[in-house]
Design a protein around this ligand. Structure first.
Ligand code: SAH
Ligand code: SF4
Ligand code: F3S
Length: 440
């Protein structure tokens, strides 16, 4: 049986697809990179916003058309939509299999019992303990240089707009030894950068209260000590939990990247309270100041939501003001999308019109473009150590790499190879990219 996996959503989903691939390979299934050669197509899905779900629904109907020509083809839905929509995916969208994020070990059983014509179609029980701890992922579409390592699963923050606590269940941390082993193995296979993943990595905690308790600052230092040539990144930090101990650890290790993604969501205290973010703008700015004081040349990115329930023009302007004050190097920006059964859907009215949400989002995006451009212009003339990830998509005679600050830098290929570190002097930029040349 040949399997094809298509992944939507966040980095956690990318990592999960590699876990699924590993489980299935172990059971003798072949992984293919050409969808047309597959007997089973899995779609690993995202529920974060309505448009993410609509894309998948459209994709399912395209694949359904393929199944009409290839009647043995099976379509399986994994990930957050599987968890959120359960058997309605089978009833309404006619898929063959629905498997939630904590049930991936169950896939071989479901597939083989289906083959016998008598199996369940659905497995979506959430777990309080599953971390797929010992599973070494089978890489899919990997560049051979950078890899993700999930260090925890679930989220219990219950931000009022967010579906993740419902689709991913309780927060749990993975055994630190298996994380360090995985990073060591990746490094020995030639990988040069790992990103430690969790919805809120700062609350990582292994063996709470025990002698060998490991928190996130300790974990990241253990990974950084594997080798100075292994870069370490992490995502995401919740502002309420980012500790001085972590900031000191980042400052102490050259190979822990000087880049922190710290989602703000809104610059208005009233909206932050409705969002149940558990910090005020003042507390957030205090964290930003600590980052800037503790870590030299640290770049900062964020997430912003426009048009949350009851957001006024003044609230929106507060967000623009905080963006200017922090001067983010980059940002992900979204229109608020009401998710069924979340606290916001139950308690608040989604009362900013779509057209107004779009207008505010455009203002946010335009401002961020300017801020990113300003930040990039300040890098002109500076020299950075860059890890080469591969060829530029636009031009085959250019290579693409990133500096510690997570900025993309393009430069002439010459004889350089992916996985090498090179020193690049920046000589030009746009708001999205730096351009430079190698210096010896
Ligand atoms: N756990 C991470 C990221 C979760 S999802 C964190 O807390 O930072 C990534 C981003 O999607 C969020 O930071 C938020 O900005 C956005 N998002 C989540 N739910 C949303 C919704 N219902 N509508 C619009 N954007 C949303
Ligand atoms: Fe969602 Fe908030 Fe958890 Fe992030 S921290 S996943 S936004 S509930
Ligand atoms: Fe989407 Fe689930 Fe990730 S909702 S953002 S795939 S945790």
């Amino acid at each position: 049986m040949r399997i094809y996996i298509e992944t939507y959503g966040c980095q956690m989903n990318m990592a999960d697809s590699e876990i699924v691939a590993s489980i299935l390979k172990h059971e003798g299934y072949d992984l293919v990179t050409d969808l047309n050669k597959a007997d089973i197509i899995f779609i690993n899905t995202c529920s974060i916003r309505d448009n993410a779900e609509q894309r998948v629904i459209k994709r399912i109907s395209e694949l359904d058309a393929l199944r009409k020509k290839k009647h043995w083809l099976k379509i399986g839905i994994l990930g957050c939509m599987a968890e959120r929509m359960q058997d309605s995916l089978i009833k309404t969208h006619n898929v063959d299999l629905v498997v939630g994020p904590d049930s991936y070990r169950d896939i071989p059983r479901l597939l083989s019992s289906q083959g016998e014509g008598c199996g369940d179609l659905i497995s979506t029980e959430l777990s309080e303990t599953e971390t797929y701890s010992e599973i070494y992922p089978a890489k899919i579409n990997s560049n051979g240089v950078t890899a993700f390592i999930p260090i925890m699963r679930g989220c219990e923050n219950f931000c009022s707009y967010c579906v993740v606590p419902y689709t991913r269940g309780k927060e749990r941390s993975r055994d630190f030894r298996t994380i360090v082993n995985e990073a060591e193995k990746l490094f020995s296979q030639g990988y040069k950068e790992v990103t430690l993943l969790g919805q809120n990595v700062n609350s990582y905690l292994w063996n709470q209260g025990e002698k060998d308790e490991v928190n996130f600052a300790k974990l990241i230092s253990l990974v950084a000590e594997i080798d100075p040539l292994l870069r370490v990144r992490f995502s995401t930090s919740h502002p309420k939990d980012i500790s001085q101990e972590l900031l000191d650890t980042i400052a102490n290790y050259d190979n822990i990247c000087k880049f922190i993604h710290l989602p703000l969501q809104s610059g208005s205290n009233r909206i932050l309270r409705l969002m149940n973010r558990k910090y005020t703008v003042e507390e957030y700015l205090d964290k930003i100041n600590r980052i800037k004081r503790t870590i030299q040349n640290c770049s900062i990115s964020t997430d912003i939501i426009s048009g949350f329930c009851t957001e006024s023009i003044e609230d929106h302007e507060s967000t623009l003001n905080i963006m200017k004050e922090v001067c983010y190097d980059s940002a992900f920006m979204f229109k608020y999308s009401e998710r069924p059964n979340t606290l916001a859907a139950k308690k608040y009215k989604d009362d900013v019109s779509d057209c107004e949400k779009t207008r505010r989002l455009e203002e946010i995006i335009n401002l961020q473009r300017e801020l990113s451009f300003q930040s990039n212009k300040q890098d002109i003339g500076k020299t950075f150590e860059v890890l080469i990830e591969g060829e530029s998509k636009r031009s085959t005679d250019k290579l693409l790499g990133r500096n510690s600050q997570n900025k993309v830098i393009l430069f002439d290929k010459k004889d350089f190879q992916p996985g090498q570190y090179v020193k690049i002097k920046v000589n030009d930029c746009t708001s999205a990219t730096l351009f430079g040349e190698t210096v010896s």
